[in-house]
Design a protein around this ligand. Sequence first.
Ligand code: SAM
Length: 253
Amino acid sequence: MAARTLASAPRHIATAACIRAGHVARARCLVASATATSQQTSVISSVPAGLAELLQSGSKLTTAAKTAWTQFLRPGDTVVDATCGNGHDTLFLAQAVGPSGHVIAFDIQEAAISATRQRLEASLPPGRLPRLELHAACHSRLQELAGSGVARLVVFNLGYLPGADKSLITSTATTSAALEAALEVVEPGGLISILCYVGHPGGMEEYNAVRQICAELKPAYWATSETRLLNRPTAPVLVLLWRCSEPFFGRRS
Ligand SMILES: C[S@@+](CC[C@H](N)C(=O)[O-])C[C@H]1O[C@@H](n2cnc3c(N)ncnc32)[C@H](O)[C@@H]1O
């Protein structure tokens, strides 16, 4: 079994993924090496695609998030980046939805909005650019500015920009309001992806608020999950919320 074989690798990274959908709860624990040696590569090739990428990336959950986005997005989709920062994630999303797509991005910093525009315009020729809508605004205004049921994917990369002013950071109150708004903005069948950073002051409180909102969602309409590295307690946590395209059969709440 892949998990057993991976346990013999020299450096150990533990990854746990729990999927909670109403009364159905599943948890998996896999142990793997952070370094992809040839022996490990052959082991990794036998595990599911998304997990293999996670292991080969050195267990970066930013990579796991992008794998999930790629699996969800189709050319022409509308996508929201709720914290665009320097535009790295926005560019990735723009490439995924292509020129027929629509990218809506938010950041409270004017400089971040400019950096995002510049990155996209420098990286993609005009014919490859999706429709771009960049808002220098708090993401708590997401529904007001993006509309309801419009986005295939809404992504949040919480916290602050590395190397920038750490006081310009997401906060529990506005992140909670923005997530409540995102629940309305995402279309049926769509996904909300949140990377929560728990290692800085206020980060754990913000993450707990995200979890609380997830825990209260009706399981007939939402499936929620979190992925975290159990042996790196301050590493980011990836929270995914999938809005079901129709109520799960047989569930009443
Ligand atoms: C971790 S960085 C995002 C990194 C970005 N996704 C990238 O690829 O470069 C978090 C960003 O959230 C922004 N931010 C903080 N509070 C916000 C709010 N209330 N609404 C929108 N953006 C916010 C910060 O200005 C910062 O640029």
